[in-house]
Design a protein around this ligand. Structure first.
Ligand code: HEC
Length: 170
């Protein structure tokens, strides 16, 4: 959704996706140039926040979703996994992110372009990256490694949209 050139190619895909559908992290500075659409706080058994998941997308995807209620072809979602610490502060008990441990990435594909790749299907490309390697995903099969956990979000195009007020306007 970073715009399409004359051949109808979605420009960000040139960098993120190889000819046979292998996925890399977007090279853009998503923290500066993309929209943070929502944050999850991950708590340990005692309720202490031990991690945060911050989800980013292109500003064009925010605009398109607000207009249509759907993710446009070429939408990219980056879920940044952060470790967190917490302490009693002047506001009360508060947690803050410390450092990145990895990323989950999804790329909207409305036309099933890479049917033979194990990273693509159900309308999306799916990949995980450890913080040590932004180029090569460790994911081999989205069906085995991703899809099962996203079944509860099936009715919202496999995305947990209830947590993204920037998209839904809530
Ligand atoms: C253990 C279950 C589980 C697995 C495995 C899993 N996910 Fe998720 N995913 C979730 C849940 C639950 C959320 C939202 C809550 C959170 O982040 O804690 C989420 C959120 C996301 C998001 C943010 C957008 C959204 O759907 O809300 C992306 C992107 C994502 N996952 C991609 C992936 C990819 C790619 C894989 C496989 C490589 C994968 N996930 C595997 C459970 C899972």
């Amino acid at each position: 959704m970073a715009g399409a050139d004359d051949a109808g190619q979605i420009t960000i895909w040139d960098q993120m996706i190889s000819a046979d559908g292998d996925i890399s992290m977007p090279s853009v500075d998503y923290r500066k140039d993309w929209s943070a659409i929502g944050t999850w706080a991950i708590t340990g058994d005692e309720g202490t926040v031990t991690g945060q998941h911050v989800v980013y997308t292109q500003p064009e995807t925010v605009e398109a979703f607000r207009a249509t209620g759907k993710f446009p072809d070429g939408a990219v979602l980056v879920k940044e996994l952060l470790n967190a610490e917490s302490a009693h502060m002047t506001t009360g008990q508060a947690a803050w992110a410390t450092d990145v441990s990895g990323w989950f990435v999804m790329i909207k594909d409305s036309t099933n372009r890479y049917a033979s790749s194990g990273l693509w299907g159900n309308g999306w490309g799916w990949a995980y990256f450890d913080k040590s390697d932004r180029v090569n995903t460790t994911t081999k099969s989205f069906r085995g490694e991703c899809l099962g956990c996203h079944v509860p979000a099936r009715k919202t195009d496999w995305i947990y949209t209830k947590a993204y007020p920037a998209l839904t306007g809530k």
